[in-house]
Design a protein around this ligand. Structure first.
Ligand SMILES: [Fe+2]
Length: 412
């Protein structure tokens, strides 16, 4: 290690105690986690890539696409594709079966409510009438093909009790401006197979702006986003220098269609609820109480940005803890994922609920201690990979070297 690099690291270490943290280099977790449940590894996109035979690259006609197609709100029978273009005329998404037989053409709609950057327009297109747990291919067309064909898989049938695999991360990074943590972790995100991704907030550093969403989110995760649906919770950085998280609201099509930044959805035997810890807690907890009451899914997951329990730099949000815990218990929620603190922490289950802080998604780390509720903690760049099989959920924490450093088995 040269001296200049070392000096840079020291400077980062000093600044990280108060700032969001930049490049930590903390890619390997501290020992002490439970490593007795190693996940079966594999690519998350290999099957859909093989089926549709392409990588979604822009064609010559596609140079007017300024944000490549990405999946939102995939359900058992429908899917939304978003993209941004400088000229929306006649643009549409062509959905086919892997054998090339056409399923439907879905016209692109300009989102008039979305923020505009220059002449770029937010587009949405929706396919419906699809079959559950089935691979479909899609490509953008205008005057000719604008992208090559890519694939995705619809969600499991509503009554499916088959396996569900997900990836969750938070506090994920600053794009290519020297933030190497994010890219180290991105490399590892292709080593586990999952069907959906969700995020515990602080997606677009530093200020949640449109430019930061392009550079630090869509550019970075384009390959995953075109194949796998992404369900984000907003964090404080999405609000930091924006009008009520307007860019977050513009770039994502959230389930529910209410315009609220909290929502829920189902994936096979799982019900997932995403909260917004920058918005009013009482309103959302009343909503969550109702939402969970109407779900008959055996598995229930809640995720949000500020952590109810944490031994990290920000610590526990005890107000949230007090308000949330009775609702979680009442409706049998098994696990809560949070971010905000730039570390990993697994709590000792509290009142039957597993709590995880996963805030090491690429935007540096901060020191983390332990508390009376801590089972294991480490200041490390990581994501959490979850597998649900029948009555068992296994959570695997994987660091930016690719090593599984902690796990937890939850039975219901
Ligand atoms: Fe945060």
């Amino acid at each position: 290690m040269n001296h200049l690099y070392l000096a840079t690291l020291v400077t980062f270490a000093a600044s990280c105690t108060s700032g969001p943290g930049n490049t930590s280099g903390n890619h390997e977790a501290a020992p002490g986690g439970d490593t007795s449940n190693p996940a079966k590894r594999g690519s998350p996109v290999e099957d859909v890539r093989a089926a549709c035979g392409s990588d979604g690259a822009l064609t010559a006609a596609g140079t007017i696409i300024t944000r490549q197609p990405y999946l939102q709100q995939v359900t058992p029978t429908s899917a939304i594709v978003g993209w941004v273009t400088s000229n929306p005329d006649g643009q549409r998404v062509v959905f086919t079966h892997p054998d090339g037989k056409k399923v439907m053409e879905a016209g692109g709609t300009v989102d008039e409510k979305a923020l505009r950057v220059g002449n770029a327009r937010q587009m949405w297109s929706q396919a419906s009438g699809l079959e559950p747990n089935t691979i479909y291919c899609y490509g953008l067309s205008g005057s000719g093909d604008m992208t090559s064909r890519v694939g995705f898989r619809t969600a499991p049938a509503d009554d499916s009790n088959g396996p569900v695999r997900f990836l969750v991360f938070g506090d994920s990074g600053g794009g290519s401006n020297g933030f190497t943590d994010q890219f180290a972790l991105l490399d590892q995100m292709s080593t586990v197979p999952y069907e959906l991704m969700f995020h515990t907030g602080d997606i677009a550093y530093d200020n949640g702006s449109m430019a930061e969403f392009e550079d630090n989110v869509f550019s970075v995760y384009a390959e995953l986003f075109r194949h796998i649906p992404f369900f984000p919770a907003p964090g404080n950085h999405e609000y930091r220098a924006t009008a009520d998280a307007a860019p977050f609201r513009s770039v994502f099509s959230l389930p529910g269609g209410t315009g609220d930044t909290w929502y829920s959805y189902d994936w096979g035997q799982v019900h997932l609820a995403s909260l917004d810890t920058e918005a009013d807690y009482d309103t959302q907890i009343a909503w969550l109480d109702q939402d969970l009451a109407t779900s008959n899914k055996p598995w229930k997951i809640v995720y949000l940005h500020r952590p109810p329990y944490s031994s990290g730099a920000h610590g526990s949000d005890t107000n949230l803890q007090t308000k949330l815990a009775p609702v979680l218990k009442k409706h049998g929620v098994q696990v809560v994922f949070a971010g905000h603190d730039h570390n990993y922490e697994r709590m000792i289950p509290q009142d039957g609920v597993a709590y995880i802080v996963t805030g090491g998604g690429g935007r540096g780390t901060r020191p983390v201690g332990t508390s009376s509720f801590t089972a294991y903690s480490s200041a490390v760049i990581h994501f959490v990979y979850g597998e649900i099989n029948g009555d068992e959920m296994t959570l695997h924490a994987i660091d930016a070297t690719g090593k599984e450093f902690d796990s937890q088995v939850i039975t219901r």
